[in-house]
Design a binder for this molecule. Structure first.
Ligand SMILES: *[C@@H]1O[C@H](CO)[C@@H](O)[C@H](O)[C@H]1NC(C)=O
Ligand SMILES: *[C@@H]1O[C@H](CO)[C@@H](O)[C@H](O)[C@H]1NC(C)=O
Length: 185
């Protein structure tokens, strides 16, 4: 084989590889990002991460910055809905007094979490990642404290799925924030 021909074929292959890998990266940005998040943080579940972000159409070609914003929006919708859900549980059902008390604690916690996520959004948009981190961590703590309340009293939590969602979504947003923070320093 002539060196020139060899070089041409090699270049062509290399170019094809480059183009292919770039389009794969664009399409799989969610998979790549969730994989990195899950590797760096045991709180992030890979399947939960990809499923949650995929539900958002604009996430397809999103950058890390955009995926972070999307995850903070998802938290906001999620916990706002959960707050109403708790309110209705308290209103519409007869609970034992311990569960009743835990539900009202959770209502307070989720009510506090909403302004926290709004602040996180504001800080995030200003690239104040350290401040966004504090607010998102508060949301995560609220979800954990709510769930722990039921567990400590030995009663079944009617909110496990929802506190888990709030926890997981916060872990995803925190991963994005922490990656952006290290990248920007
Ligand atoms: C909260 O987020 C999770 C994960 O994306 C989703 O499965 C769930 O449906 C959401 N819940 C609400 C009430 O939006
Ligand atoms: C993502 O990028 C591809 C290729 O550039 C484009 O065809 C597609 O419409 C984009 N998808 C979204 C949701 O923007």
């Amino acid at each position: 084989m002539k060196p020139f021909l060899f070089f041409s074929i090699f270049s062509l292959l290399f170019l094809t590889f480059l183009i292919a890998s770039q389009s794969v990266t664009a399409q799989n940005s969610i998979y790549q990002t969730c994989k990195t998040f899950a590797q760096n943080d045991p709180n992030v579940n890979y399947n939960f991460c990809t499923t949650s972000l995929q539900a958002y159409p604009a996430s397809q070609n999103a950058t890390l910055q955009e995926l972070g914003m999307i995850s903070i929006r998802l938290i906001r919708y999620n916990i706002t809905d959960t707050r109403f859900y708790i309110k209705n549980l308290i209103k519409n059902k007869k609970w034992d007094s311990y569960t009743q008390q835990s539900l009202s604690d959770c209502f307070e916690l989720f009510s506090d979490a909403i302004p926290s996520v709004k602040k996180a959004m504001k800080y995030y948009n200003k690239k104040l990642y350290g401040d966004a981190d504090v607010q998102l961590s508060a949301v995560m703590d609220d979800a954990t404290t709510c769930e722990d309340g039921f567990n400590e009293g030995g009663v079944v939590s009617p909110l496990t799925k929802r506190t888990g969602d709030a926890f997981q979504l916060s872990a995803i947003a925190l991963s994005a924030v922490r990656m952006l923070q290290t990248g920007s320093n």
